[in-house]
Write a protein that binds this ligand. Structure first.
Ligand code: PLP
Length: 419
């Protein structure tokens, strides 16, 4: 019998070759982009399954097309498991990505022109938190809170003052490049005082909340929590909106028919099976190890006198100020590390004087490396390699020799789903 992959190889050698190339790249290099991960083999199976053939507009039991016996089963499973894992009253698992998920929340719960108080983008907020280039930044009025660059803390007296001044309809916690945990109780208390909806965008750390390694915003009374499903959670690319019952109807209507048409049922099946994995001891151990590895990696950089934004990390990521530490910008640092098969991303730092394509730092995270089985001692090696590369930007021979060491090292760590 011809397998699906063999069909691809025969009929489209160009796409097949690129697929093999990407598999090899993922095997041979160390993935340190904090938003990336290796999904579970079960998820690769569901994504490449016949669920991709099916239209399922609507929700379980209320669809606009026939033939929904099995799609209803998987969406119900995904929703029930999401509620259990995140201890919340309602879950919508249809958003096609993190961006669509946040758009659906803003558009469903607010009116155009309403104010949202969110983290400044250079301090860690995400593009979807009202970047001027995003459509949401034009539709809603975003006001900003910032962090203390020395220890990364948020000044909640100032947040409260701003909340009283701007009277936001929503207060948004959550981040894409902030290496610390959040004081959820402080956010909720301010939101309640000014009558704002409280929302956490847990896109980066949803898996760490699911695995019990980081605090759950619902335990502090948050109204809405969103998370992507493909970052620390290790599921398919997608998004979930989790919320209190009182917002359930508005959220569901906002996702469909407000923003989207048919959900991607192959991804919904992947989310369902990811959330089963997330309930097991192995995933709890994984989430804990992600944080231990981040602490070890950060310690390795600090030992080598590198400057980390906020001085360290409480979560799965860190931001190195490469301008101060090594006299090179983040783009040069990213390219140097790429040459050594270590993948990171250039990153703006708080109030960065440099432009976004040549920012002052790089962002590094441990979810993917941990999924391959790397531990604290391996992080110490990584810190050493990265430090040598960034300290010797002109020394091609040194970078090439580290690439060799990295590729040899990677052979000990199978890529989930690939072997
Ligand atoms: C990644 C991310 C998103 C967007 O997710 P996409 O799937 O890339 O659209 C939204 N918010 C935060 C905080 C993120 O980190």
């Amino acid at each position: 019998m011809t397998t699906n992959l063999e069909y691809l190889e025969q009929n489209d050698p160009a796409v097949f070759a690129a697929l093999r190339g990407e598999e090899n790249r993922q095997r041979m290099g160390i993935e340190l982009i904090p938003s990336e991960n290796y999904t579970f083999p079960e998820v690769l199976a569901t994504l490449g399954s016949v669920f991709t053939n099916k239209y399922s507009e609507g929700y379980p039991g209320r669809r606009y097309y026939g033939g929904q016996e099995f799609t209803d089963q998987i969406e119900t499973l995904a929703r029930d498991r999401a509620k259990e894992v995140f201890r919340c009253e309602h879950a919508n698992v249809q958003p096609l990505s993190g961006s669509a998920m946040n758009q659906a929340v803003y558009l469903g719960l607010l009116e155009p022109g309403d104010t949202i108080l969110a983290m400044d983008l250079s301090h860690g907020g995400h593009l979807t938190h009202g970047a001027p280039v995003s459509h949401m930044g034009k539709i809603f009025n975003f006001e900003r809170y910032v962090t203390n660059p020395v220890d990364g803390s948020i000044d909640f007296d100032k947040v409260r003052e701003d909340a009283l001044k701007y009277r936001p309809k929503m207060i948004l916690a959550g981040y894409t490049s902030y290496p610390r945990d959040l004081d959820y109780a402080a956010f909720v208390s301010i939101a309640e005082e000014v009558g704002a909806i409280s929302m956490t965008d847990a896109s980066h750390f949803g898996g760490l909340v699911a695995g019990g390694a980081m605090k759950n915003p619902f335990d502090f009374g948050f109204d809405v929590v969103t998370t992507t499903t493909h970052k620390s959670l290790r599921g398919p690319r997608g998004g979930m909106i989790l919320c209190k019952k009182e917002f359930a109807k508005k959220i569901d209507k906002s996702v469909f028919p407000g923003l989207q048409g048919g959900p991607h049922m192959n991804a919904v099946a992947g989310i369902a099976t990811t959330l089963l994995n997330a309930q097991g001891q192995e995933f709890k151990d994984y989430a804990r190890q992600v944080l231990l590895n981040a602490k070890a990696l950060a310690a390795g950089f600090i030992e080598r006198q590198a400057s980390l934004v906020t001085g360290g990390t409480d979560n799965h990521m860190m931001v190195i100020d490469t301008s101060i530490s090594y006299g090179i910008d983040g783009r040069v640092a990213e390219e140097l590390l790429d040459q050594a098969s270590i993948t990171t991303n250039k990153q703006i730092i708080p109030d960065d004087p440099n432009p976004p394509l040549r920012p002052s730092g790089i962002r590094i995270g441990t979810p993917a490396a941990t999924a391959r089985g790397m531990r604290e001692a391996d992080m110490e090696k990584l810190a050493g390699w990265i430090h040598i590369c960034l300290s010797n930007p002109e020394d091609e021979a040194k970078i090439t020799s580290i690439k060799g060491e990295v590729e040899e090292f990677c052979q000990q760590f199978p890529v989930p789903g690939l072997e």
